[in-house]
Design a binder for this molecule. Structure first.
Ligand code: FEO
Ligand code: CA
Ligand code: CA
Ligand code: CA
Length: 746
């Protein structure tokens, strides 16, 4: 019997990506809101220091930039804004050209056949093809002869990219789907194909005038999948929490999973971040578990029993692989101890994983010092000689936190070519902090250490620091971190040092009860909006369109323990109320919803790219990418936002004082790209000269129903991008160049 899957991709059209929300009682702002901070007091606290020194940059929206090739001293956006669109096409500005470079299934080598895109391509071949759901990525320059690293080479390089998830019904044939797709009994080779379509790809690309080719003969090309062997490194290595039957000593695991955004290191390696891994595992109801396991499952994975999103633990006829290829997705205790089953398998995911693009024979290393959560991405502060290496990281689920890692060792530029050994030095030993925001525009970083857990916190008992890192959501709860509206990408402005974090949306925010059986999270100054989406869908209330918070470390020191914050930008549709929804003054040329990807150009200091993963404004426009030239923290004003009561919420108006950045304008924010139907735009990198950018178009056509694919009703697919005709849609990397050879965005 057929039992078609309903939509369950973690980045789903209803705008809720998370597996479980944070329902801890943290209300860091509650008492401060009640004190009704005055406008004047907020101005003084949040902006007093900043205003005088930053006002010039703020007013002009144009920063004094370091010299960049072709960028000029003051970079100005120079393209015509791209209109919103719901067409099944890729739209870019006049004067630019886009090339489709690397699609789902494209071969990485010369012996793998071309992709058939009808479900007939084998599971094994997927270990040598592009995976699905392209996401974060980075370009690493190669020497002209193709042997070794040369970071500034714009003509030849390695692209490292994440394959976050799958649109499972486009991976299998119509006949296979018609025979049924049930998570209680899967066809083993179909599982293998899905496992192999996840992970990371490394491909060599070469430039020929304005177009790029993949060098399929390159010895660097390779895939890491959800089955590839990896090392567990750092403080959790060898701990009982990561012991499995596969690695009874807790030093290894198989696979990297739900690789969302990425990161880079000053020593030229790639970081890939494991986000919505929790939903993949088969699990028992947590009530059947011992206390500690029950508490951590509830906080990270969910309390109810599940077969896992895709039923990978349930091959028809059981696991006959001899090496537990399927059993390893089952968290149910089945043996006498954790080293004899896979109850701890989920503890080996949720990490930042380091890969050396230039060392194909090394195993990736899971860097446990950076904590375990729904890792979106990990972007560094600028490396300064003699100072620690610092990373900013978001945990993307409703009400989760923003984290910072500070290495113990101080940066020594002689490690710039150190590869994974440098990673061992800087990423295996450091302190992990979580952000607490205050209403006066200040905030503090609280260290997640065993010693800091207050005695009054009795919800969970941490055994040691490895336990704190493995279950750092619970440690952050204990320490009073501020619950945010789904922290996604982070980025550090290369000129100002300001830290930007996208908060994509939060359907819980601002509700005044548990209307409809939901969960409510009070408004606060750093998550200050509540409203109903204009199209009137009953379930789209809360912080519908998301915002971007900005932070500045005390004294400009990335390892500081305190910071200032403001809200750089609010997502909204242009015709929404300007007093409480469209607070940043967006227009038709730059309005957007659900910011997710956020990336600062390396070539053009101060140019920021914003990408959307939206399910709210998609009645008006497909997802998009915008170019921005942000000012500085403190370039705006203190503002009290009154969120109007929404009938379905049954509450009253709520007024929250906050700090907002300079309003958007055509000079500081402009839409550059709109994607095809059903896609998300996520992942961007560039050649080191800024004259070509690579952008990922993720899951076009994902709202197609599996029944439509099973019926082979190609005309009814939501999208046929990029191949056109009646083709199945494919996630893909595109390359964009400017026709006059100039830098992108100029
Ligand atoms: Fe994979 Fe939070 O986006
Ligand atoms: Ca997605
Ligand atoms: Ca994302
Ligand atoms: Ca997202």
């Amino acid at each position: 019997m057929s039992d078609f899957l309903t939509k369950h991709h973690p980045d789903s059209p209803n705008g809720v990506d998370d597996v479980v929300r944070n329902e801890s009682g943290n209300t860091a702002f509650g008492e401060i809101i009640e004190s009704r901070v005055s406008r004047r007091a907020v101005l003084k606290g949040g902006f007093g220091v900043a205003a005088g020194s930053f006002i010039g940059a703020g007013l002009t929206g144009c920063l004094d930039l370091q010299a960049a090739p072709g960028a000029g001293k003051h970079f100005k956006l120079g393209f015509a804004a791209v209109p919103k669109s719901t067409a099944d096409v890729l739209s870019i500005p006049p004067g630019y050209t886009a090339q489709v470079l690397f699609r789902l299934g494209d071969p990485l080598d010369t012996s793998t056949p071309e992709y058939q895109n009808d479900g007939s391509d084998t599971a094994e071949s997927f270990a040598h093809r592009a995976g699905d759901h392209h996401d974060g990525m980075e370009y690493f320059g190669l020497k002209p002869n193709g042997k070794g690293k040369s970071m500034n080479n714009a003509g030849r390089g390695l692209l490292c990219m994440n394959h976050e998830n799958i649109t499972e019904f486009f991976l299998h044939s119509a006949a296979e789907l018609a025979a049924g797709y049930v998570t209680t009994s899967r066809v083993a080779p179909q599982i293998d194909k899905e496992v192999n379509a996840h992970g990371v790809a490394v491909i060599e690309v070469t430039r020929n005038d304005k177009s790029f080719q993949i060098n399929r003969a390159s010895g660097y090309n390779r895939r890491y999948t959800a089955a590839s062997e990896m090392e567990i490194h750092g403080p959790v290595r060898g701990d009982t929490l990561v012991q499995t039957k596969y690695s009874p000593d807790g030093r290894k695991t198989r696979g990297t999973l739900n690789n969302c955004a990425h990161g880079i290191t000053p020593w030229g390696t790639y970081l890939t971040c494991e986000e919505n891994w929790a939903g993949y595992f088969k699990r028992p109801a947590s009530t059947s578990l011992a206390d500690q396991a029950r508490i951590t499952q509830n906080r990270y994975i969910g309390s109810g029993a599940s077969n896992g999103s895709y039923g990978w633990a349930n091959p028809a006829g059981g696991d006959n692989s001899g090496v537990d290829l399927y059993n390893r997705w089952n968290l149910t205790p089945t043996a006498g101890d954790a080293a004899s089953d896979f109850r701890n398998a989920a503890n080996t995911f949720g990490w930042v994983v380091e890969i050396d693009p230039f060392a194909p024979d090394t195993l990736p290393r899971k860097r446990t010092a950076l904590g375990r959560f729904g890792h979106e991405g990990a972007m560094p502060a600028k490396a300064v000689t003699g100072k620690p290496i610092v990373y900013y990281m978001g945990d993307d689920a409703r009400g989760e936190y923003i984290y910072k890692y500070v290495s113990t060792r101080k940066w020594n530029p002689s490690d710039a070519d150190g590869g994974l050994a440098a990673g061992d030095k800087y990423l295996d030993d450091g302190k992990l902090y979580v952000a607490k925001f205050n209403a006066d525009g200040s905030g503090v970083w609280i260290e997640l250490s065993l010693a800091n857990i207050p005695a009054s916190y009795t919800a969970y008992t941490f055994a040691n620091q490895a336990d704190v890192l493995t279950n750092c959501r619970l440690a952050a709860d204990a320490l009073g971190a501020t619950p945010m509206d789904r922290p996604e990408w982070t980025g550090v402005h290369p000129v100002t040092g300001d830290i930007y974090v996208t908060l994509t949306n939060n359907s819980d925010r601002g509700k005044t009860g548990t209307t409809g059986g939901g969960f409510s999270r009070a408004l606060d100054p750093v998550n200050p909006r509540y409203y109903a989406d204009l199209k009137g869908a009953a379930n789209q209330t809360g912080n519908v369109n998301g915002h971007i918070v900005r932070m500045k470390e005390a004294g400009g020191d990335s390892s500081a323990l305190s910071f200032q914050w403001d809200i750089y930008l609010f997502g909204a549709q242009a015709d929404a109320d300007g007093t409480h929804v469209n607070v940043s003054g967006l227009t038709d040329d730059n309005d957007f919803s659900s910011p997710d990807g956020l990336w600062f150009s390396h070539a053009i200091p101060g140019l920021m790219w914003l990408q959307t993963d939206d399910g709210a404004y998609t009645d008006i426009t497909n997802c998009m990418m915008l170019a921005a030239v942000p000012g500085r923290l403190g370039d705006g004003e203190a503002l009290a936002i009154t969120s109007k009561a929404v009938p379905t919420n049954g509450g009253a108006d709520q007024t929250v004082p906050t700090l907002v950045g300079q309003k958007a304008s055509s000079t500081n924010l402009r839409r550059f790209l709109v994607g095809p139907k059903g896609c998300e735009i996520t992942g961007i990198t560039e050649t080191p000269d800024g004259r070509a950018i690579f952008v990922n178009i993720q899951h076009p056509g994902e709202s197609t129903s599996s029944a439509t694919v099973a019926a082979d009703n190609a005309a009814a697919f939501q999208s046929h991008w990029p191949d056109g005709g009646l083709a199945r849609p494919r996630s893909a990397t595109i390359v964009i160049t400017k026709d006059d050879g100039g830098v992108i965005g100029s």
